[in-house]
Design a protein around this ligand. Sequence first.
Ligand SMILES: NC(=O)c1ccc[n+]([C@@H]2O[C@H](COP(=O)([O-])OP(=O)(O)OC[C@H]3O[C@@H](n4cnc5c(N)ncnc54)[C@H](OP(=O)(O)O)[C@@H]3O)[C@@H](O)[C@H]2O)c1
Length: 289
Amino acid sequence: MSKQVLITGALGQLGSALHSQLATKFDLILTDLNGNADKNILKLDITNPSELDTFFSRYAPEIVINLAAFTDVDRCEQQPDLAEDVNYNSIKFLAQYCSCRFIQISTDYVFDGGNGPYSEDDKTSPINIYGKTKLAAEKFIAQNFKDWCILRTNVLFDYQEGTKASFIKWVIDSLKNGQKLNVVDDQFNNPTWTNDFAEIIELVIERDVKGLYHYGGADYLNRYDFALMIADVFDLDHKLIIPIKTTELNQLAKRPLKGGLKTDKIEQTLNIKSNKLSDSLLEIKSRKN
Ligand SMILES: NC(=O)c1ccc[n+]([C@@H]2O[C@H](COP(=O)([O-])OP(=O)(O)OC[C@H]3O[C@@H](n4cnc5c(N)ncnc54)[C@H](OP(=O)(O)O)[C@@H]3O)[C@@H](O)[C@H]2O)c1
């Protein structure tokens, strides 16, 4: 019989890709904050001890993949208590129920963005509430779970109709509607297609990889150049994309500028190569058509 795997935050951007990737290989239990009966997703608020109690009295997953998070970085500044509850305190609750394997998805926002891309050995120093709460979770997991893997990634992207927040969908839809786009040219990362990352998560499970790893796409570039590449691949008018600076956006949360993740450790461990951004975009385009 296939292993029972719990995915939290399954309705999110990564959740949807991971669901497709793992569906035929594992006995998946999909959950999210609000649940969705049509998609077979159960309601499980990971900050609610009584919901967790009820859930774990019914299910005993062998692997938990925790995608659930409060990911809106500006709202995290406005609601720091909620950010701490969802991104950090929930992990303490989960620890009471999960003696099984625990896979946590984390972020390059644990770094300050002074000197990216970063390796697993680099010093963490988050500059916003989101990064601080995600780092607190990482530390708790490393100290309290027996069988754990923390996978940091950055700038996840995909084009899906139902996706709540997606850079590529925003760029494509705006350009198609002839709308100008202001895109920052001073934030650097290595964007990561959700499907590529879902494949990595599957390998991490299959090969029982433990510890802290970084995964991201092969290209390190700023957000403006990413938008230009999207326009190029999807044959859209790149003249509508205007470069601006992060400071012009007056956002509540500070953004790490030179972020991103070095992927040598996971590439060596899994004997893989990160995918090129243009290849991932072309694949998305071919699936869309
Ligand atoms: N997106 C990125 O670029 C990125 C980069 C690096 C790391 N990550 C990490 O990757 C993971 C997945 O990210 P994503 O992009 O898929 O995020 P997402 O689209 O925001 O999905 C997160 C999901 O978690 C749900 N959630 C929020 N609070 C919850 C709670 N208390 N209990 C259960 N579920 C809850 C959200 O529901 P609601 O939408 O209803 O609140 C949402 O469906 C997260 O851990 C994130 O920190 C993401």
